[in-house]
Ligand binder design. Structure first.
Ligand code: NAD
Ligand code: UGA
Length: 340
């Protein structure tokens, strides 16, 4: 590293001075975003009931490492369970809201026989959760995805842009949004979709580009670019994604919200920035374009600004420095491939 970089903790204070303490269920609490979200809620003094099944998309020990600090904290309780058969009615009774982040993520791995995992963890699990939340009369804020836009009709992309997912994963995320609508109109479910745009930061999943770049820079391995590297993403620092998620739960909000960091950047630019930050030249190889991958994403997040005053705060260089510092501080990387 050319200069020391400090790790940015999850949002320490999102709503200072508030009196009420809430109890929230967080599904997928051992995952990347879910573990940060749980930590931020506990920082505010909220109680968190975390649920995770430790699905094997990436190694359990990485998820266990995400979870361990939470298990030490007052106000956190944890249930290892699959949402398909977890005792949801009891768990949701009397809580103030549910953050539903559990899913089978990953765009490129959703083809072929692995699609069964997307059906199980995204469709069946979400249907069961929506059913239980309708019965309990509890608000659900759930993770959708920028993937529902596919190669979008317009950039930057507004929530009103017609969805046209390009991957089976994106199809399951769009299906969850339609399920939410069906539950809203028939059972009165209060559910709001979080259309996250490529979230990054410490604990990012090991199948994602920035984490793979960080691992290659740290371990001296190579990084394979799928395609030319000209593809671009509106990347969102995890602390910003978490603050948007909590803001949406607490606000006078409805429907679906884009959550984007506001800096569309090509993969080539991200590689250059990581090289500059670390002072290390990355061994880059080029492979073919991955099926289901879109050329670009760019969020118009103005709806969330107008409805709840949220804006991304962490700029790309600061966020990348934070993830790279975290990656380098880890004892060992797990290089076991995900399903992708
Ligand atoms: P992650 O894989 O790190 O976390 C998901 C967690 O859910 C995992 O720990 C997994 O074990 C758990 N899980 C999966 N199926 C389950 C089930 N049936 N029952 C209980 N637990 C289950 O993923 P992430 O990157 O933190 O993503 C969180 C959510 O945000 C997902 O819904 C994902 O699709 C969505 N999303 C992520 C990004 C991103 O850039 N990371 C972008 C858009 C949307
Ligand atoms: C990410 C998450 O993985 C999805 O779960 C999420 O739904 C999606 O964001 C979203 O915003 O909706 P993606 O944008 O594909 O998906 O993010 P990365 O996995 O980090 O990939 C970014 C780009 O880097 C893609 O073009 C990908 O093909 C490329 N890439 C990734 C590589 O070239 N090499 C790799 O080893 C990994």
């Amino acid at each position: 590293m050319s200069a020391p970089h400090t790790f940015l903790p999850p949002s320490a204070v999102i709503n200072p001075g508030r009196a009420a303490i809430s109890t929230y269920v967080v599904t997928g609490c051992a995952g990347f975003i879910g573990s940060h979200l749980s930590g931020a809620l506990l920082d505010r003094g909220d109680a968190v009931i975390g649920i995770d099944a430790f699905t094997d998309y990436y190694p359990r020990r990485l998820k266990q490492a995400n979870l361990n600090p939470l298990l030490q904290r007052p106000g956190f309780s944890f249930l290892e369970a699959d949402l398909i058969d977890a005792p949801l009615a009891g768990l949701l009774s009397g809580v103030d809201g549910v953050f539903h982040l559990a899913a089978q993520p990953g765009v490129r791995g959703s083809w072929g026989s692995t699609f069964q995992h997307y059906v199980h963890d995204n469709l069946l699990a979400t249907q069961r959760l929506f059913d239980a939340a309708s019965g309990a009369g509890v608000r659900v804020v759930y993770a959708s995805s920028s993937s529902i836009y596919g190669d979008a009709e317009a950039y930057p992309t507004l929530e009103t842009t017609p969805p046209q997912p390009r991957s089976p994963y994106g199809v399951t995320k769009l299906c969850c949004e339609h399920l939410a609508q069906a539950f809203k109109f028939n059972k009165g479910l209060d559910a709001i979709a979080l259309r996250y745009f490529t979230v990054y930061g410490p604990r990012q999943r090991p199948d994602m580009a920035i984490q793979r770049i960080a691992e290659a820079l740290t371990n001296g391995g190579s990084f394979e670019v799928y395609g030319s590297g000209e593809q671009s993403r509106d990347v969102t620092y995890v602390e910003d994604a978490v603050s948007a998620t909590i803001t949406i739960m607490e606000g006078d909000t409805s429907g679906a919200y884009n959550i984007g960091g506001g800096s569309e950047t090509s993969l080539r630019e991200i590689i250059s920035l990581c090289e500059e930050i670390t002072g290390i030249k990355l061994d880059v190889r080029f492979g073919s374009v991955a099926a289901g991958d879109v050329k670009r994403t760019a969020s118009d997040s103005s709806r969330l600004l107008a409805d709840a005053g949220w804006e991304a705060r962490v700029d790309l260089e600061e966020g990348l420095a934070s993830q790279l510092a975290w990656a380098m501080s880890r004892q060992a990387f797990d290089t076991a491939p995900a399903m992708v």
